[in-house]
Design a protein around this ligand. Sequence first.
Ligand code: KG4
Ligand code: ZN
Length: 384
Amino acid sequence: MPDAYILGIESSCDETAAAVVRSGEQVISNVVASQIATHQPYGGVVPELASREHLRAIVPVVRQALTKANQTYDSVDAIAVTQGPGLAGALLVGISYAKALAFALDKPLIAVNHLEGHIHAVLLEERQKGNHEVPFPVLALVVSGGHTHLYLAAQKGRGWTYENIGHTRDDAAGEAFDKVAKLLGLGYPGGPIVDRLASRGDPTAVKFPPAQIKHRDRRQHRGQKEVGSDRPRFDFSYSGIKTAVLRYVEIHDMHGSIEARRQAFANVSEPNLEDYVANCDKRTLDLVASFQRAMVEDLVDKTLAAARAYDVATLFVTGGVAANSELRSTFERDGAQEGLPVYFPSRPLSTDNAAMIAAAAYPKFLAKDFAATDFSAEASLTLR
Ligand code: KG4
Ligand code: ZN
């Protein structure tokens, strides 16, 4: 089989990205245009602004990815694009452009699930390192701003299948990082800021109660079976910890110092770590460190419990939150204790990118699993 060069396009949230990947195993180019500066004043992603920014960025970003890869519109073998899940208007920009390119160039078009992309970021980089033999069964934790999902991933012929064995019942882990950072006047996106600040505080200072699974799952505890299923599930819940942080802020009357921090950062476009530290008292640093420790322990404990229950041979941890230093080191330490190899993407491929979309498209390219020209964005697309 000759090499296949796939142009990937990703526009599901607040990053416009394009990449060229060779045969699912080598990143030739990887361009990401971040919209952080656009959304920062609002403390979160504003969907309408995201679509507008994608419209502005998509053509130059794709051009740049082709140029850096020494490829042209004509030389690539296929075009892959994120179909969902994500923001409908944002997805549509990438999809419309990919469809137009595929039609005009008469190239195959491949629709990719964003979550499958995150899983294939790991496989891509393992292959790039020369590791073509990932031991199965594989359990993948996709942990990002929109998802905290556990999948058993299996290879069937040329394609892949996924079984969801757990997900968050409310907030995603990345969402909790972002909301807590916003609450503490630390800006957006919260994950990278909390990650860096946490090393300056005492992670044992504040105790958070273990996450409670709410509503219809009240009777269903960790690792229990769902009604009508003989497969144990491992669900997450992160809205409680956000409320616990808010309660802590109120009890300790931290609003004044939070407002002062907001004001201090209002005129600084890109505060560095020392700016943050200078504007945080010890109580805030301890709270940040304790919050991150609680998040990491919950993610690692539940994922490893799922890995044991399903007797998996390999664990993947991927998605934006997989960039977190403490999450990585804790998974590595605790995974090693259980003899479980844990694979992460490099940090640039943990957060949203298009290389992962082009990589996930490769098995579909081989199977000629091409998208019909009338396919559209699916904001709540599931993975199976
Ligand atoms: O995968 P991603 O780029 O986009 C989604 O698909 O959601 O993930 C973005 C999320 C954001 O919530 C961001 O705060 C979080 O990943 N994140 C982190 C870190 N870097 C990004 N969370 C914790 N620690 C980090 N270093
Ligand atoms: Zn993502």
